[in-house]
Design a protein around this ligand. Structure first.
Ligand code: GLC
Length: 544
């Protein structure tokens, strides 16, 4: 296999699959997914052809933000299993050549973390300075004008300590003081702790928020407010509360820790989503990659997608590696954003694009079968607290976090009992079992794409060259590595498109290798090719 020959590197050449553990597979019938459930499904993931699994947080958490409020960075939440279960998951995953990425939420801890429980006792507590405290401003007001991303002020008054503490998300997610050397050291040790256990990589939650300006000055006003407009957060220019210069040396140290182990990886979530800062933080010597979320904002048209690719390619140097996502646990699912009704044509085009671009693709669980968001109809049904606070402007993130649809049995084969979030009503037809047996399904197409990508270095590590400068309907590009060349044609429109591509002039030299339509519908005359509505077509150049 090419893997050996080309020194295949899992995080660079492979595909990463994100699991939201609460919703993937429930082995013990409590309605919440767990580690044993994931172990039971590792064969499914190996067969799908992914190289790594990113687990959204599995650490003990009171679940105010469903795991993104961590109460112990070194433990496993009992609702997901035990440390033994985790070690077994790691071992079983490794046996299948699957790597494990943990989600480290190091900007804040839960207010239930023992550090904060101690810290809030009094100003004299040895843990007080683990967090960011200030005395009230005159009149008892908050120390500065900073706003929380999840609404309201970023400051909460604490009776015990007689001071305000900072929280850029919920008040139960208390921002750590990264300027305290003890906190810094804890964090560096944490990377070593999990690497020593054999964990392969880390997703760093909102990492560019770790450092705030040391003097905590007021942020200037932003007028007009930036989208989504309705929070105090949107009315400020965020110069002092994130992206501070101290970030770079911290990332460099993390990188050197990771580099002292074989093939470890860190991918960062830049907040807010900004391709330029993602590019800055993933320069050589810092993070291996940082997510580019631009696709998740693109309308379903060829031009915005191509522009997003070109912009990103321009921002990155040759030594940097792109990192694309179509969805995650914070965003409406791609099927809900792009698909028309129950039809999956556009999702196949999106999948073909994701799997043939330069860069590491991420697949959010369930997107490989085209899961749709569950509808959120009533405020009382909302579990995600921001959905409650911003109702009806924003209904929260429950929609994209519903249980994985495994089969047509009760609760979609996810659990023997009623799951923590409802299963999408379409589960009896849209599920893994049905799609695995259907040669035309989205899942089958994903599997074929992943196999093709893995087998051909040009598709995972080749150069990228756009063939149409300003596309209206079709994105076309070449991927090339050594003596191998592929052409990828993606019809974003719902109509047939005749496409003239000069590179196709010697059409006999190109052989179709994968499409969501039968190849015999492929008509080439001179340099013209007819693409079917929402057809993705991958061709390989024959060796002369
Ligand atoms: C990240 C996570 C999100 C979480 C937030 C606070 O954006 O993806 O789910 O709510 O950070 O930790």
């Amino acid at each position: 296999m090419n893997m050996q020959k080309d020194n295949y590197l899992w995080w660079r050449d492979g595909v990463i699959y994100q699991i939201y553990p609460r919703s993937f597979a429930d082995s013990n019938g409590d309605g919440i997914g767990d580690l044993r459930g994931i172990i039971d499904r590792l064969d499914y993931l190996a067969e799908l052809g992914v190289d790594a699994i990113w687990l959204s947080p599995i650490f003990p958490s009171p679940d105010v933000d469903f795991g993104y409020d961590v109460a112990d960075y070194r433990g496993i939440d009992p609702k997901f299993g035990s440390m033994e279960d985790f070690e077994e998951l790691l071992a079983q995953a490794h046996q299948r050549n699957l790597h494990i990425i943990l989600d480290l939420v190091l900007n804040h801890t839960s207010d239930q973390h023992p550090w904060f429980v101690e810290a809030r006792q009094s100003k004299e507590s040895s843990f007080h300075d683990y967090y960011i405290w200030r005395d009230p401003a005159p009149g008892g007001k908050p120390p500065n004008n900073w706003a929380a991303i999840f609404g309201g002020s970023a400051w909460e008054y604490d009776e015990g300590a007689g001071q305000y503490y900072l929280h850029l998300f919920y008040k139960e997610q208390v921002d750590l003081n990264w300027r305290n050397p003890a906190v810094y050291q804890e964090m560096m040790d944490l990377f070593r702790y999990w690497c020593d256990k054999g964990v392969d990589g880390f997703r760093l939650d909102v990492f560019n928020l770790w450092y705030k300006h040391a003097d905590l000055p007021d942020n200037p006003r932003q007028f007009p407010p930036s989208p989504p407009f309705f929070r105090p957060w949107d009315q400020q220019k965020h110069i002092y509360d994130y992206d501070q210069p101290e970030m770079m040396p911290a990332l460099a140290e993390i990188r050197s820790i990771l580099d002292s182990y074989p093939a470890r990886y860190a991918v960062g979530e830049t907040f807010p989503e900004d391709a330029a800062s993602a590019a800055r933080y993933s320069q050589p010597g810092y993070l291996h990659a940082a997510f580019n979320f631009e696709f998740t904002h693109c309308q379903w048209l060829a031009r915005p997608f191509q522009r997003a690719i070109e912009r990103y390619e321009q921002l990155l140097s040759d030594e940097q590696w792109p990192c694309y996502v179509l969805g995650n646990h914070d965003l409406s699912r791609p099927a809900t954003r792009y698909a028309r009704g129950d039809e999956d044509g556009r999702l196949k085009v999106a999948a073909a694009m994701l799997m043939t671009l330069r860069g590491t693709p991420f697949i959010y669980y369930g997107d490989e079968i085209g899961q749709r968001d569950i509808p959120i109809r009533k405020k009382e049904d909302v579990l995600d607290p921001i959905g409650k606070s911003f109702w009806p402007f924003f209904k929260g993130r429950d929609g994209c976090r519903a249980p994985m649809q495994w089969n047509s049995c009760e609760n979609a084969g996810f659990s023997s009992t009623q799951p923590w979030l409802p299963v999408n009503a379409d589960y009896s037809t849209r599920n893994v079992e049905n799609q695995a047996g259907d040669p035309d399904s989205l899942l089958t197409f994903y599997r074929q794409l992943l196999t093709l990508r893995r087998e051909h270095p040009a598709l995972h590590r080749g150069s990228l060259h756009m063939l149409i400068e300003d596309p209206r309907f079709v994105i076309a590009y070449e991927r090339r590595y050594e003596d191998e060349t592929f052409m990828v044609l993606l019809n974003f429109s719902n109509f047939e498109r005749a496409l003239e591509i000069s590179e196709l002039s010697a059409s006999e030299w190109w052989t179709p290798v994968l499409s969501n339509y039968p190849y015999d519908q492929l008509v080439t005359e001179d340099s013209v090719i007819n693409l079917q509505p929402n057809q993705a077509l991958i061709l390989i150049k024959n060796q002369v």
